[in-house]
Design a protein around this ligand. Structure first.
Ligand code: BG6
Length: 462
């Protein structure tokens, strides 16, 4: 794979570019990960070259890279960057720009999904130079059929391994740690199955509320925003069969296989749950009812918390509940994958004390690893005590978007979602979206700042 010479960001004046892409790029450039890269911004705003350069400069400055050895590389990208005012949905201008740029070019669609889709539709196959990579943000389509349609369009332009469907959770070092933890430690893999695991929970409870994102979020909701994408990817890494290599083909084949075996089963009243926050106080910050947040249409019944039970119907996992949950405006952040093991088959008589099952917890922020073990503790030596082995994991220097961009620029799609998997993730959640839109599952409420509805592991839903 040849390294990309030019990164063209469409939607350069947008929020994603300023908040996530440019800081990610700064970390990558500062660590020497993008030598000689030319950055080109394009957007609908009539920015002067100076305005764009200022934006790049301030995003780079905020990325925590100042004073590092990479200052020169950052300055070079800033100095050479250019901006084009462009209507990407019009037939012609984007193609003309692509023809002008030094290739290979990576085109990053940092745009709302319907605009990205339109921008791809107006490109014609012959107008996309060989070697071009197309980088698509989530959500990829709005359902299985539209994802398939978008895949079809993209494949007329470039081959599959030149399409990067971004899920920035695959750029989180701790998420990728699941692979090392599972496949480099012989004590884990033999118990990583239905014989020994009672349930797996993947929880991403955030203390952020809507934060002014109604335009996007109110049409999405927690199930589409977090579970359809990020949490299914984490679940897949927790559940995959050991791949022969950590190469894009082997790893992504393994991910595809496990997701193909996954589904959320009816009745959805028992396998899913949805809720929405009402006014409350999150750590001293007053938040209004979700429906009173600016830009929210209460008629949409958008959920701000979703919890689903996924079943993986294969030899290893049959019958083990994978509980995926994510909510906004909660009092405590909890970002963790929890594996709960089954109890020992027989606890020798004479032991007293702990009878809670062991858990392994992989924290995604802060990045931690915790394993509960029961030992003969102090005092009565046959009274068991629970102790927790824990480790703080070092975060990577590259932000998740830095990792994602590294794959894009070096032409390695390993950390991007493959086309068939993008469709499959919709296939898994679509029946639930339909049931919810028929109101087949009640929309619960929880106070902002509370811990939300009880998690299933704490209630009776198993
Ligand atoms: C985004 C979602 O993809 O991921 C947000 O749209 C969510 O709603 C965010 O807050 C969480 O990611 P991170 O990297 O901030 O933990």
């Amino acid at each position: 794979q040849t390294t990309v010479k030019t990164l063209l960001i469409l939607g350069a004046s947008g929020d994603l570019t300023g908040r996530l892409l440019l800081p990610g790029l700064a970390r990558l450039v500062a660590t020497g990960g993008a030598p000689g890269l030319k950055l080109v911004g394009a957007g609908s705003d009539p920015w002067t070259p100076e305005e764009w350069r200022d934006r790049v400069r301030s995003a780079f400055a905020d990325a925590g890279t100042s004073g590092t050895a990479g200052a020169e590389a950052l300055a070079a990208v800033e100095k050479d960057t250019v901006y084009h005012q462009l209507d990407v949905t019009a037939d012609g201008p984007l193609a003309a720009l692509l023809a002008e740029l030094e290739g290979p070019v990576a085109v990053y669609f940092a745009l709302p999904p319907h605009v990205s889709q339109k921008a791809c539709e107006v490109l014609h196959p012959g107008q996309v130079p060989d070697g071009t990579r197309l980088v698509m943000e989530k959500p990829f389509g709005s359902g299985e059929e539209s994802a398939r349609e978008l895949n079809r369009t993209l494949l007329t332009l470039v081959p599959e391994d030149h399409i990067h469907r971004v899920d920035h959770f695959l750029g989180k070092a701790t998420v990728l740690n699941i692979l090392g933890l599972r496949f480099a430690n012989n004590f884990l893999e033999p118990v990583w199955n239905r014989e020994h695991v009672a349930r797996v929970e993947i929880i991403f409870d955030e203390d952020l509320a809507l934060e002014g994102r109604a335009r996007y979020y109110d049409g999405a909701g927690a199930l589409r925003d977090m579970i359809q994408s990020h949490l299914l990817q984490i679940m897949a890494l927790m559940a995959i069969e050991p791949p022969a290599t950590i190469g894009e083909r082997d790893l992504r084949d393994a991910i595809a296989a496990v997701l193909r075996a996954s589904s959320i089963k009816a009745p959805y009243e028992t396998s899913t749950r949805r809720a929405r926050y009402t006014a409350g106080n999150i750590k001293g910050r007053q938040v209004p009812d979700y429906v009173n947040e600016e830009g929210v249409d209460s008629g949409r019944n958008t959920e701000t918390l979703a919890e689903v039970r996924v079943d993986i119907d294969n030899w290893r996992w049959k019958g083990v509940p994978f509980i995926l949950r994510s909510g906004k405006a909660l009092g405590d952040q909890r970002k963790v994958a929890v594996v709960t093991f089954r109890p020992v088959p027989h606890l020798p008589k004479g032991f007293t004390g702990v009878d809670i099952p062991n858990q392994l917890r992989i924290g995604f922020g802060p990045d931690t690893l915790e394993l509960d073990v029961d030992v003969n503790g102090p005092g009565d030596i046959f009274s068991l005590d629970r102790t927790t082995l824990n480790a703080q994991l070092n975060a990577s220097d590259l932000l998740p978007y830095g990792e994602v961009l590294e794959g894009v620029l070096t032409g390695d799609p390993l950390l991007s979602v493959r086309g068939d998997t993008a469709e499959d993730c919709w296939r898994i959640v679509e029946p639930v979206l339909k049931a919810w839109s028929r109101d087949a599952v009640p929309l619960e409420e929880y106070d902002a700042g509370s811990s939300g509805p009880d998690r299933w592991s704490e209630s009776s839903a198993e």
